[in-house]
Design a protein around this ligand. Sequence first.
Ligand SMILES: NC(=O)c1ccc[n+]([C@@H]2O[C@H](COP(=O)([O-])OP(=O)(O)OC[C@H]3O[C@@H](n4cnc5c(N)ncnc54)[C@H](OP(=O)(O)O)[C@@H]3O)[C@@H](O)[C@H]2O)c1
Length: 267
Amino acid sequence: MKRFAVIGDPIAHSLSPNLHQEVYRQLELDVSFEQIHVTPNSLDSFINSNKLDGFNVTIPHKLSIIPFLKGLDEAAKTIGAVNCVHNGKGYNTDWIGFLKAMELNGVDLNGKDCTIFGAGGAARAIAYALIQSNVNSISIVNQTKQNADTLVKWIQNNSNITVNTQTLEHSNTQTIIINCTPLGMWPDTESMPEVEIQNGQILADTIYNPLETAWLKAGKTKGAKTIGGLDMFIAQGLASADIWFGEKISEKIKLEDIKKVLKSELC
Ligand SMILES: NC(=O)c1ccc[n+]([C@@H]2O[C@H](COP(=O)([O-])OP(=O)(O)OC[C@H]3O[C@@H](n4cnc5c(N)ncnc54)[C@H](OP(=O)(O)O)[C@@H]3O)[C@@H](O)[C@H]2O)c1
């Protein structure tokens, strides 16, 4: 029987097992998916004794796992973070998850002006997705200016796209704004990015717990189109399954049934 897992610290609240077990149920596969608590100090021994057929990687190991791997795919190498491992090789499927979520919600990124709120790992994966989508411009807004500058430099080194750091007051009605901070995540559900929301903007959150953040609720009342983080989460998981099974598992499953399972676990 094939065995898969997600590793992280903490890991108890991960929804990855619910997602993947629903995939296996739908496809009638005799496969297991566990969550494994791996602390930073035990990452080395976990890798050396690993017998899994593949695993997802979450906080805080997305960067620190890289020296333990045999290689990286192009996206993981460029982004500098790994959330999926197969046969000792690291992949990044967060950027694929974001693009799929945009596609599912009818958002065409080509030529758009985009603002990323945050400058951490998710922000970089999403910046990579925006570069692949030929957006017109990317603005980075982040509480620590140095981290924003680092991400701006990274985008400049990896594309010809116009990029800057700015305050959100300058965003226009065409802007797609993506929240890549934990602002609004359970249990601190009242916090939100400080941004003046305008009618016609598209607001995408990476947070999926709660399903609709206070920021997205506020955006809806002001006429913005809003997209929660659950579609991205599901799509990054399915992209991992595609890598592990070497076939397009993602095209065979019923998305609505996965959503139903995950929504029942969330507040
Ligand atoms: N839906 C999905 O599939 C998916 C996938 C990956 C991540 N995510 C979500 O994306 C979010 C970010 O994850 P990450 O891996 O990028 O984390 P990370 O690397 O730790 O980066 C966090 C970013 O948020 C900023 N930040 C943290 N606390 C803040 C606060 N109180 N106010 C304003 N900014 C704050 C940080 O600013 P500094 O630069 O000052 O530290 C940093 O830019 C999380 O909510 C995570 O759950 C979702």
